[in-house]
Design a protein around this ligand. Structure first.
Ligand code: ADP
Length: 161
């Protein structure tokens, strides 16, 4: 059976930490869906369309990766789309408690759905979308935080804020 997995997130905006997880997942599974969350609790800095566009550009070279926007329950989206596992990156202990709870809830909602955790690349241990936004808003260099092909676009957009 072909394996189809999902890397869900807000990706507001995409970072090299996200790309590291997506790339590694693409070598482990047949098909990787990058699921961009539409229904965020807080208002994102980038619109769903912008976040999808940036991710598409940043993953252009990877054949088995597809970027989609989605609303609602991840467990339902997975069931409706033949997805058998969620792939997440784990940074530090601070991620663990939340991610562990999410994984248990998703398993309850959809018992066929597994959650797979990939250990974060040590280069990106400190990296998050919030860090990118903070550094950029203070005029700092974000070139080692975001993919080169979308760097200018992200910077320009954050400067408008
Ligand atoms: P964030 O705003 O913290 O970057 P997202 O919701 O956009 O979070 O993240 C989506 C997924 O990417 C999550 O599974 C998260 O654990 C993972 N992730 C985010 N940043 C990193 C990183 N630096 N290294 C590894 N995985 C990461």
């Amino acid at each position: 059976m072909k394996t189809k997995v999902i890397c869900p997130g807000s990706f507001d905006p995409v970072t090299l930490g996200h790309i590291d997880i997506i790339t590694r997942a693409s070598t482990m599974f047949d098909h990787v869906v990058v699921g961009v969350l539409n229904n965020l609790a807080k208002t994102p800095s980038f619109s769903t369309e912008e976040r999808i566009e940036l991710l598409k550009k940043a993953t252009e070279g990877i054949d088995n990766v597809e970027v989609v926007g989605f609303d609602g329950l991840l467990a339902d989206y997975a069931r409706d789309n033949g997805i058998t596992a969620i792939v997440k990156g784990l940074r530090a202990m601070s991620d663990f408690e939340y991610e562990f709870q999410q994984a248990l809830i998703n398993k309850k909602l959809n018992p066929d759905l597994e959650t797979v955790f990939l250990t974060c690349n040590s280069d990106y241990l400190y990296l998050s979308s919030s860090v990118v936004k903070q550094v950029a808003s203070l005029g700092g260099d974000i070139s080692s935080f975001v993919p080169e092909c979308v760097h200018d676009e992200i910077l320009k957009r954050l400067k408008q804020k």
